[in-house]
Design a protein around this ligand. Structure first.
Ligand SMILES: O=C(O)CCC(=O)C(=O)O
Length: 257
């Protein structure tokens, strides 16, 4: 085991976290292009469960779905998911994901938010954006992951990204006039249900238009360097009974103690 990993976030390891280096060969690609796709991370039973909870929550929350973070026209959104089901531990505690974050950020980090996203027929087109809303200072502060629970194709609005844009210091507004337009260098994160895309979320990206109307449900599990605020403040949003049942690694990742 590479001891540097422990130096990046000693408290995480003190609480019992162990790295999973099984996908370490993909990490140079992530550093260089800004994204990777890991295949078959979720099995069939997990995919079914994650689809079910998406639909159950969306039906239960109705017009309020997504409001804890944001609602988007033409996209079914869910938010504050850690508070809503234990199932999501399989996502935010995934060891390959957390090891990858250490590799990129090389410093303590925490969960930023866990949201659901499903572009509807004719909807889904987002402007290219970075998840870092400040001028880029040359340091990596944010990582995002997209857990595909349906197949992702260009026709149903797979995420598009501009490879290597995570290293550009100029703002996206200076370089792209119309951020909704196709870009000559864009590529799509196509995959099968169960695949996991991880990207440096300084990378310019966005969901694409869903032309076919095929479902394109996904969970976004987003992480931020520890010194910055969460998108969903878990101290506020987690119910007391949920907090009290958390193990030490979860409490640390969620920044609730
Ligand atoms: O799900 C996707 O394709 C990406 C969504 C995204 O970037 C966002 O909601 O900000």
């Amino acid at each position: 085991m590479n001891n540097n990993y422990k130096d990046y976030d000693p408290e995480l390891f003190k609480r019992g976290f162990k790295c999973d280096f099984s996908k370490i060969d993909l990490l140079p690609e992530l550093a260089s292009n800004g994204f990777i796709i890991i295949r078959n991370v979720l099995g069939d039973i997990q995919i079914k469960e994650f689809r079910k909870i998406f639909e159950d929550l969306y039906a239960r929350e109705g017009s309020l779905a997504g409001t804890e973070v944001s609602q988007m026209v033409g996209i079914r959104r869910l938010a504050n998911l850690i508070n809503k089901s234990e199932l999501f531990k399989q996502i935010y505690l995934n060891k390959i994901l957390l090891t990858t974050i250490l590799f990129i950020l090389k410093k303590p980090f925490k969960l930023g938010s866990l949201n659901g996203h499903d572009p509807l027929k004719g909807g889904g087109l987002q402007e290219f954006h970075s998840d870092w809303k400040h001028p880029f200072d040359g340091n990596n502060h944010v990582i995002n992951s997209i857990w595909m629970i349906d197949d992702f194709c260009i026709s149903n609005g797979a995420t598009r990204v501009i490879p290597k844009s995570h290293t550009i210091k100029q703002s996206i507004d200076e370089l792209i006039e119309n951020k909704l337009d196709d870009h000559p260098e864009q590529v799509f994160l196509e995959g099968r249900a169960g695949d996991l895309a991880i990207f440096n979320s300084h990378l310019w990206h966005g969901s694409y238009i869903n032309k076919s109307g095929e479902k394109r449900r996904a969970y976004h599990c987003y992480f931020v360097a520890r010194q910055f605020p969460q998108q969903t403040n878990q101290r506020i949003y987690l119910d007391e009974d949920v907090k009290s049942e958390m193990d030490p690694v979860s409490k640390y990742i969620l920044d609730i103690d």
